[in-house]
Design a protein around this ligand. Structure first.
Ligand code: MRU
Length: 374
């Protein structure tokens, strides 16, 4: 089988490897993840990034830990096994604070462990086996979710564009889509969320062009999304983030679709820094702005975006280029990794279970009710 250059996470039988995304697009190098400590560091250092990919990596790091190289872990009791599952996941969650998917993995895997422990005749081995199976399943679940998001998102975008009377403005009823950061195969277990929507539009013959924003300062758009678009042969154009509003003003953008790191109860959405600016520019031009995210990214536990912890990244991402300082010494730097787009600027939140309903009066999204109804 030809090598899949876009596979961020490789896992089989307790062996986990991550594609080192820091080296893309030039080198394809996989790093071993022998234990949770290595996983924590690799998530922190951006070997793997993207909210769903981080969530799946954390789950698989626990599987690796429990399998311990195929020998299986020996626990003195079921409680010792439960404690180990909990402390390992609690530790992994501290690697990066904004994306909620890893915390979601932690909650779900702890629940699986508790349920297995409550079974009659439960042993540390039966609990371990249940947790490993659940952790391993996250890979396929994420890919399936992304395919469903792609289908639902393509339909939502096309209908939003049609509602604005632009459906036939381009030959073949095609649409142009602007996106930000990297939300594709590299940011997930495969296919992607927002970039999955772009892929689905292309598969349906309805994509005129994808505009990919560079995504300063870490350049996920330029280094990763451009790589994915060229790899798949999609019509695509790269632009600097600050050119997006000018492109919209020229009538070249029919819709915007971005991913998310955390969507809270009212639809406020934390995503890569620069997303908020695109939402404001889209609103100013009457362009529909969508968020595409799996339900693992929804966090109904927080009421508004003000409660989201925003990760700060090192100043060197701005002051240096390829290890070389390019900025005068003595300047202070503010480098938030994410911003929060108010839910009212988001036309639709696309999940694998369809669009989150919206309150027609206030315009806020009913994330809590949507999650509760599942
Ligand atoms: O800092 P990163 O590269 O992890 O940030 C990634 C993003 O902001 C993505 O848009 C988000 O995680 C969704 S990925 C499907």
């Amino acid at each position: 089988m030809p090598e899949n250059k876009l596979q961020a996470i490789k896992y089989a039988d307790g062996q986990l490897q991550l594609l080192d995304q820091r080296l893309l697009p030039y080198e394809t190098v996989y790093l071993d993840v022998p234990d949770p400590k290595a996983a924590w560091q690799q998530i922190k250092d951006m070997v793997v990034r993207g909210a769903p990919a981080i969530g799946v990596t954390g789950a698989l790091a626990l599987a690796v830990h429990l399998i311990s190289g195929g020998r299986g872990k020996q626990y003195a009791s079921v409680q010792a096994c439960l404690d180990d599952v909990a402390s390992t996941m609690d530790y992994l969650v501290t690697s990066r604070p904004t994306a909620v998917n890893l915390a979601d993995s932690a909650v779900k895997l702890k629940a699986v462990a508790a349920e297995a422990a409550a079974q009659q005749g439960a042993t540390a081995e039966t609990v371990t086996a249940a947790v490993v199976a659940a952790a391993e399943a996250t890979l396929e679940q994420d890919i399936a979710a992304n395919k469903a998001i792609g289908a639902a998102g393509a339909a939502a975008l096309l209908s939003a564009v049609a509602a604005r009377g632009k459906a036939n403005a381009r030959p073949g009823g095609k649409v142009t889509v602007l996106t930000h950061c990297n939300t594709g195969s590299l940011a997930t277990a495969g296919y992607g969320t927002a970039l999955g929507v772009v892929r689905a539009l292309h598969e349906q013959g309805r994509l005129e062009r994808c505009y990919a924003c560079e995504t300063r300062p870490y350049n996920q758009g330029a280094r990763l999304t451009a790589f994915e678009l060229v790899h798949d042969g999609l019509p695509a154009t790269l632009l600097v983030d600050s050119a997006a509003a000018a492109l919209m003003a020229q009538g070249k953008v029919d819709a915007v679709v971005v991913g998310a790191d955390r969507v809270v109860a009212n639809g406020d959405t934390a995503n890569k820094i620069g997303t908020f600016s695109h939402a404001v520019a889209a609103a100013a031009h009457g362009i529909p702005f969508f968020v595409a995210a799996p339900t693992t990214t929804l966090d109904a536990g927080l009421a508004t975006g003000e409660e989201i912890e925003i990760e700060q990244r090192p100043a060197e991402e701005i002051t240096h280029f390829k290890g070389q300082r390019v900025v005068v010494e003595g300047i202070d730097v503010w480098n938030p990794c994410f911003d929060v787009t108010p839910g009212r600027l988001v036309e639709g939140i696309i999940t694998e279970e369809g669009l989150v309903p919206r309150d027609s009066g206030s315009g806020s999204h009913k994330v809590a009710a949507f999650m509760a109804a599942r």
